[in-house]
Write a protein that binds this ligand. Structure first.
Ligand code: FRU
Length: 476
């Protein structure tokens, strides 16, 4: 069962560890009606340390059950990020008597080798479970993919490539991606490299993902590459490429750098495996700039809400769109629908819906683009502004005066994301929790995730617009 939800800043509808340090989501796999979420976990402190894989499960992507730690560090090293697959054909041979194994593929990070100044201390290993992810056995032949001498060599994301009946591993290798393949999850061979002179390179490439998405009957491959630092609003962030994959090579369709989430607080995001054509994305809701300094005492960090990914064409540009996973409609706490709200002076939502409660979800629709902001606030004058700046065609989130901000010099800031639509109607969905907001604008073309720490919980939501805005529909 979940832990106490009454502590300051404890998210109510986002996954958090009961206690201690968490970073990346790992091994996300859907199996037998259960969504598994493993995660980078250090049970010894509220700062990063020897990495384990923590474990939680959910059947609805909203309520999570804590499970015992799945993988512990061992003589080969800490257990870094990676993925998990359902080995339906038992290609690994780990299944006995017709059992279908779950196989986790992860990085072993050997601190001894690191201290000795070697550069091959990150290697890929596997473990399997024959009891639906409850317990895991590490493969005796680990590591299965040895490091050729690249210091950053990690975060394997594995998928089944049906046309050639083989597993494909997408691996972050310093400042590019290397693809490997194996028939059995054990014998990996290099296929190709990607990323030379392409994409954002302000930091090291980490936590990649590769999967196809359907757009009007046409398959487009998405290559996600997390980057730290070098994000559009500072620190860590998630970029992606679109193109084609033939089992060996990823060929990008253009040279553009695209961002899945422009906010500072979505990182290491990748998708669930074994969900068919549906792609569910989830990230770590923090930033390496200040993740170990945020003012929570018992635990550190939450995950974003799960998001459904799709593709949308804007002029000649194809983009990935994200929206809160369809299961999350349940967040709508009061189900109040307002129509034709003409906001010419600050409008306090409670005058129409009664006392607002957080967590909540707000959906807005407007006939045309206009300046506005939604303000979360308390009676101490602390606030977070989420809105649109029409002159600059930018969405923004401003947490400059959001309460506790001085734990890191870059935390108090106003962040922006471009708007991709022009001269057309506008929509925005906000998912607000006790210490975070996730903004999905224009059907999820522009996405921003931000965390905040007011000294007293926000209990007021208002809408402001200097020039006035007509909100056609507001669902709360
Ligand atoms: C990304 C990351 C991964 C690594 C893990 C270690 O946040 O740095 O590249 O596997 O965290 O905890």
């Amino acid at each position: 069962a979940q832990t106490s939800y009454a502590e300051p800043y404890r998210p109510q509808i986002h996954f958090t560890p009961k206690e201690k340090w968490m970073n990346d989501p790992n091994g996300m796999v859907y199996h037998n009606g259960t969504y598994h979420l493993f995660y980078q976990y250090y049970p010894g402190a509220t700062v990063w340390g020897p990495m384990h894989w923590g474990h939680a499960t959910s059947t609805d992507l909203m309520h999570w059950q804590h499970q015992p730690i799945a993988l512990y560090p061992d003589t080969l090293g800490y257990i870094f990020s990676g993925s998990a697959v359902v080995d339906k054909n038992n290609t690994s041979g780990f299944g006995k008597n017709g059992q279908i194994p779950l196989v986790a593929i992860f990085t072993h990070h050997d601190t001894t080798g690191e201290k000795k100044g070697r550069n091959d201390y990150q290697n890929q290993s596997i473990a399997y479970s024959l009891d639906n992810g409850k317990t895991w056995t590490k493969y005796a032949g680990n590591p299965v993919l040895k490091n050729p001498g690249i210091v950053d060599f990690r975060d394997p994301k594995v998928m089944w490539y049906e046309p050639q009946k083989k597993w494909v591993m997408t691996l972050a290798t310093k400042d590019r991606i290397t693809f490997y393949s194996a028939p059995d999850l054990k014998n990996w061979k290099k296929e190709s490299e990607f990323g030379d002179k392409l994409g954002a390179h302000g930091g090291v490439w980490e936590c990649p993902d590769l999967f196809p998405l359907d757009h009007n009957g046409k398959k487009t491959w998405v290559l996600i590459v997390n980057l730290n630092p070098g994000g559009p609003n500072g620190g860590s962030a998630t970029q992606y490429f679109l193109g084609d994959f033939d089992g060996t090579t990823f060929t990008p369709s253009d040279t553009a750098t695209r961002w899945l989430d422009y906010g500072p607080d979505e990182y290491a995001g990748i998708t669930y495996s074994n969900t068919g054509g549906r792609k569910i994305f989830l990230g770590w809701m923090s930033n390496w700039l200040y993740a170990d300094k945020v003012p929570t005492e018992k635990w550190r960090s939450a995950m974003t809400i799960p998001r459904d990914l799709g593709l949308k064409q804007i002029d000649n540009n194809l983009l990935v769109v994200s929206s809160p996973s369809k299961e999350l409609t349940k967040i709508q706490s009061k189900s109040v629908a307002l129509q034709n709200l003409n906001v010419t002076k600050p409008f306090d939502l409670s005058t129409k819906v009664g006392q607002v409660s957080i967590p909540c979800r707000i959906d807005l629709n407007m006939d045309k683009a206009a300046d506005f902001s939604i303000v979360l606030s308390n009676d101490k004058g602390e606030e977070v502004l989420i809105g649109y700046d029409h002159n600059n065609s930018q969405y923004f989130i401003d947490r400059t005066k959001s309460g506790k901000v001085d734990f890191h010099k870059e935390f108090a800031a106003r962040h922006v994301a471009p708007r991709f639509l022009k001269n057309s109607k506008m929509d925005m969905t906000l998912v607000v929790d006790v210490s975070s907001v996730e903004m999905f604008a224009d059907d999820g073309l522009s996405v921003m995730t931000e965390i905040f720490f007011p000294t007293k919980p926000f209990n007021k939501i208002s809408i402001q617009s200097a020039d006035g805005v007509l909100i056609r529909k507001l669902n709360y």
